[in-house]
Design a binder for this molecule. Structure first.
Ligand code: NAP
Length: 248
């Protein structure tokens, strides 16, 4: 479905997986999409071409979300080239799983840096600009791990729990500027991230999913698109769970 007024939408970590599906959903819906990536330039350019081939508008932007200078430069470039950012989707994220007693300091720092600090840096940079325009929507991709905790994921759970806290604080700070801030918390979604998980643990989780299957990236993209839509005008500070019932 095409949007009557195209918005500028930044999706971080959009080269593959959930971010890719979200970028495609917005791009094919008529919005102008900024496809952020860290390493996967080829995949990101290919995604932009795919969106453009269906008359959509998309452009790839390299930036490590954990690096303040790179984030600021990317946001400035997007606003100069595509226009003011209307929707920010903080999706970039990594896993470095291990049981807490065996977890290296580096695995802790890397996950916190990208998932938590990266979200903070992108929010800070974009929110300043949205505040002056008095509108905007920010959506943070978290995880049920940040709500219920998952063994072997203390770093990841802490990062996502932290982002849920940022979501609520920002909703309270930014509501008066017409900006909504919400989070999407997927359960197990079929992506490369899932392939990197401990498969024995994953199988145990799968048996506990009431809907009996993992989710698809398209299912997450559709929920995200609804949260960002103009029809969703009175929701802020919320965490929307999409997990096939796993956390119930
Ligand atoms: P994925 O397939 O591993 O893709 C991760 C994306 O993040 C890639 O586009 C990657 O870009 C990007 N990225 C990683 N580090 C980055 C950095 N420093 N700066 C900018 N981009 C960076 O992951 P996914 O499964 O789609 O997950 C997407 C989000 O959903 C994550 O926040 C994840 O925690 C969350 N989530 C996923 C699941 C699941 O089951 N898959 C469940 C709950 C929550 P490059 O390719 O350029 O490195």
């Amino acid at each position: 479905m095409m949007n009557s007024t195209p918005r500028v939408v930044l999706v971080t970590g959009a080269s593959r997986g959930i971010g890719r599906a979200i970028a495609k959903q917005f791009g094919l819906g008529g919005d102008k999409v900024a496809v952020n990536y860290c390493n996967s330039a080829d995949k990101s350019e290919a995604l932009c071409r795919e969106i453009q081939s269906e008359n959509g508008e998309a452009r790839a932007y390299a930036a490590n979300v954990a690096n303040a200078g790179e984030v600021e430069a990317m946001i400035d470039a997007i606003e100069n080239e595509l226009g003011p950012i209307d929707v920010l989707i903080n999706n970039a994220g990594i896993l470095k799983d291990n049981y807490l007693v065996m977890m290296s300091e580096k695995a802790w720092d890397d996950v916190i840096d990208i998932n938590l600090k990266g979200t903070f840096l992108c929010c800070r940079s974009v929110a300043k600009k949205m505040m002056t325009r008095r509108h905007g929507k920010i959506i943070n991709m978290v995880s049920i791990s940040g709500l219920i905790g998952t063994p072997g994921q203390a770093n990841y759970a802490a990062s996502k729990g932290g982002v849920i806290a940022i979501t609520r604080s920002m909703a309270k700070e930014l509501g008066r500027y017409g900006i909504t801030v919400n989070a999407v918390a997927p359960g197990f979604i079929e992506t490369e991230m899932l392939a990197g998980m401990n498969q024995k643990q994953l199988n145990a989780h799968l048996q506990a999913i009431p809907l009996g299957r993992v989710g698809t990236t398209d299912e997450v993209a559709k929920i995200t698109s609804f949260i960002a839509s103009p029809s969703n005008s009175y929701m802020t500070g919320q965490v929307i769970v999409i997990d096939g019932g796993l956390s119930v």
